[in-house]
Design a protein around this ligand. Structure first.
Ligand code: NAD
Length: 737
């Protein structure tokens, strides 16, 4: 029998090597067809008396990335359709679908012949769960091999037996830690935890896997043997008595109760360890069904899995423009941002010229790459040779003529219109007609800067976030005249350096900073109301924000806020900034010289390490403090999320953001907007626009007109619409097709 996604070769010893190699895909993933074929292979190998055992491996450089986008999307549409037809039976249908992989893997585990998974490359999610159901696991000893059950990061959990097998192979604490954080394991760590049997050199992988079978590997999982005891002894031991009562509290500290998927892992492990294996799998299947039905899982999978991949693959790229090749990229301005942009470019294997006003300034910029490389070499992330190769791609120079053969030039010079004008002219004097020019400005409108260019259709904004080497998002800003080729080149470049792009029309603050200012402004309002600063910071974190607003303000610099507020007043008039906000920030900067982390004092004090930063006590003297008991933390949490979500909705209403996926992904990757919501617009859709409008009106009555819902929202509420319905990103695709 032949299969589309697998090949089978049986050797003279009766060992069948099943190789997973999906045609036309760079990575193996689980699809309905893959599951069907795997089931058929299992049945065929069981039926064939000549086959003594199975080695399961991959024909690609990685093993498998786990579930497929379309399969997951299919599961949600199935749930929606089934619920619409008959809500009473929809859960049962979902339960059956959710158990498909569980019971197929269990059938492999109990088939009577030994299966060994030969893990040649990265093995994630369902693929690791399949491997755990095999009787033996051999992993290639290579830096590129990573093993993980990362489902919790997209709102679900390992629901194909993962929670039960991991907690029966390793101690409960390590199991919980691995699955509730979705952490990535090296082959060595996986072996030390007891999750795999052998780590061998890559060219020995299949041989070693076959040898396990030849050596008489028993086709029985440890938990199917009589008298099996989980490592650590299950839940009725002194260690477990310390672990399990504390675990929910620790999880709550880390997640503020916002991630039902993470809590379900605790429940599955605790309950499952007390049950026979098949019953435990059923318990896991029940929790998995429950979690799949949560708004959190739906929204997180959509934004953090599906949309992120779609945007990364160029969902917004204009069709018809040939894929860009980058033989050379120029970066002008070797300061804080330019130096790091040059580094990420070279790290993607692209030669880069880093230009500044003098050789010395350019060299200083290259030194940033040297430091990052030496840190990576020290941590074993890069070999010395890889580090040297990366650095050889960065040429530091003050000489603009080196840009003559650049495909793309990015300017990151001072945030000053005149300096940027001079640089644009100097660059355009040497680059060929075809080169695209990008500005990394954070506040100046792209259309205005493009007026300095002789070819505004080739002028685009590419807005990076700091620290560039860590932040995964880049905003691509379209000026009025930016053409399709400039957009395509910018998106190709962002993809090449492995960041996720969002495409935003020109506006003050673009998308991310507009939202971030709302977040920080809400904190200024709370301070002025006398809410204790510690409550402001903690409430924001409980709402799911990674960094409190005052801490964030210190990171971006308080004097930068002052500069931006003053620029707003100059450009948009005195009403554009609340007087009490301006007074607070003027006081912080001009009177107290509290500029943020960079000068060691801002809303926090920054003592010398190892002491930790702490909120500046002087803040209490600014405003009469409310007693903590008079502050409703749940309202503080709502205010943060609602004010940001409202701003995101405004950007949609103004046509700045045109695709809801971009507002969602941009808000999570750009400033960590409560990931469990799926992002700013999913937050609104998740509770329903009507409920959101009512909430916003309630907050507006008490905390100010900035909470007033916009016309678009009121209109959508009246019609019962959602952002993903009204601005359906896929409708455009099908119309264009
Ligand atoms: P910076 O002051 O650290 O660096 C600017 C560099 O440009 C300096 O090294 C300077 O010598 C160089 N320069 C000035 N005039 C030049 C010229 N004529 N030719 C060549 N080099 C010249 O500033 P930065 O923080 O890196 O910001 C650069 C740009 O990036 C600004 O437009 C800023 O708005 C934007 N940006 C900054 C951040 C941030 O977090 N700092 C984030 C996103 C975008």
């Amino acid at each position: 029998m032949t299969y589309t996604n697998f090949t089978i070769e049986t050797d003279a010893d009766g060992i069948a090597v099943v190789t997973w190699d999906m045609p036309g895909k760079s990575m193996n993933v689980f699809t309905a067809e893959v599951l069907e074929e795997l089931d058929a292979i299992l049945k065929a190998t069981v039926a064939d008396a000549a086959i003594k055992g199975v080695v399961f491996t991959s024909g690609k450089s990685s093993f498998s990335g786990g579930a497929d986008l379309t399969m997951i999307r299919g599961m949600f549409s199935m749930l929606q359709e089934a619920t619409a037809q008959d809500p009473a039976t929809s859960k049962q249908k979902l339960f059956e679908v959710a158990g498909q992989m569980t019971w197929l893997f269990r059938a492999i585990e109990t088939n009577g012949k030994p299966w060994v998974s030969a893990i040649n490359g990265t093995c994630m999610g369902g693929a690791l769960e399949l491997s755990l159901a095999c009787h033996g696991r051999v992993v290639a000893n290579s830096k590129s091999v990573k093993l993980a059950l990362p489902e919790v990061k997209v709102g679900i959990f390992p629901g194909a037996g993962g929670t039960q097998r991991v907690s029966r192979l390793t101690d409960a604490q390590s199991a919980l830690q691995m699955m509730t954080t979705g952490q990535t394991l090296t082959p060595q760590r996986a072996k030390a935890m007891g999750l795999v049997h052998q780590v061998v050199e890559p060219d020995q992988l299949v041989t070693a896997a076959k040898q396990m079978i030849k050596d008489g590997l028993k086709p029985v999982a440890p938990w199917d043997e009589k008298g099996f005891k989980a490592p650590g002894g299950g839940v009725w031991t002194p260690q477990a008595a310390q672990l399990f009562p504390a675990a929910p509290a620790i999880l709550r500290r880390e997640t503020a109760g916002n991630y039902p998927g993470a809590l379900a892992i605790l429940k599955c492990v605790y309950e499952g360890l007390q049950l026979p294996f098949d019953t435990a799998l059923k318990v896991e299947q029940r929790y998995f069904t429950q979690i799949l039905g949560t708004t959190e899982a739906f929204s997180m999978i959509r934004s953090l899995f599906i949309s992120m991949q779609e945007l990364g693959k160029g969902a917004r790229r204009p069709a018809g423009v040939p894929k860009s090749e980058f033989k050379k990229v120029g970066v002008v301005g070797a300061g804080f941002m330019g130096a790091s942009i040059a580094y990420v470019t070279a790290a993607a294997g692209i030669p880069v010229v880093l230009i500044d006003q003098s050789q010395e300034a350019a060299d200083k910029g290259k030194a940033v790459s040297e430091k990052l490389v030496s840190d990576s070499v020290a941590k074993g992330r890069l070999t010395k040779e890889e580090g040297e190769k990366l650095l050889s791609l960065v040429t530091a120079t003050p000489d603009y003529s080196t840009l003559a053969d650049a495909d793309l030039v990015i300017e990151a010079v001072f945030e000053d219109r005149n300096v940027k004008k001079a640089v644009t002219e100097a660059v355009e004097a040497v680059i060929p007609e075809t080169t695209i020019f990008a500005s990394n400005t954070s506040t100046l409108p792209i259309s205005g800067l493009a007026e300095n260019s002789k070819r505004p259709d080739q002028f685009v904004g590419v807005h990076f976030f700091s620290p560039v080497e860590k932040m995964m998002l880049t905003e691509v800003i379209l000026g009025e005249k930016t053409g399709d080729r400039a957009l395509a080149v910018a998106l190709d470049f962002v993809g090449k350096i492995k960041k996720t792009p969002i495409v935003v029309n020109d506006t003050r603050g673009f998308f991310v900073n507009r939202c971030v200012f709302r977040y920080i402004n809400e904190a200024y309002d709370m301070l002025a109301e006398g809410v204790p600063a510690a409550m402001i910071e903690n409430a924001a974190k409980m709402a799911g924000m990674p960094v409190g607003p005052l801490s964030l303000n210190d990171e971006v610099a308080v004097d930068l806020s002052q500069k931006i507020m003053k620029a707003s007043i100059a450009d948009l008039g005195p009403n554009s900034v609340k007087p009490e906000h301006m007074a607070l920030i003027d006081n912080m900067v001009d009177v107290l010289d509290r500029r943020g982390r960079k000068n060691g004092k801002g809303f926090y004090d920054y003592p010398a390490k190892p002491a930790k930063k702490s909120l500046w006590p002087g803040l209490k003297e600014f405003y009469p403090q409310k007693p903590a008991g008079d502050v409703d933390v749940s309202v503080l949490k709502q205010r943060f999320l609602v004010t940001i979500a409202l701003e995101a909705a405004r950007t949609v209403e103004e046509g700045i953001v045109t695709d809801p996926r971009e507002a969602d992904v941009g808000s999570i990757l750009g400033f960590g907007f409560a990931p469990y919501t799926g992002g700013t617009l999913s937050y609104i859709d998740g509770m329903g626009v009507k409920t959101f409008v009512e909430l916003a009106e309630k907050l507006a009555a008490q905390y100010g007109s900035h909470f007033k819902p916009t016309q678009l929202l009121k209109d959508m509420a009246a019609k019962g619409e959602t952002f993903y319905g009204r601005f359906d990103p896929y409708a455009k695709v099908s119309q264009a097709a």
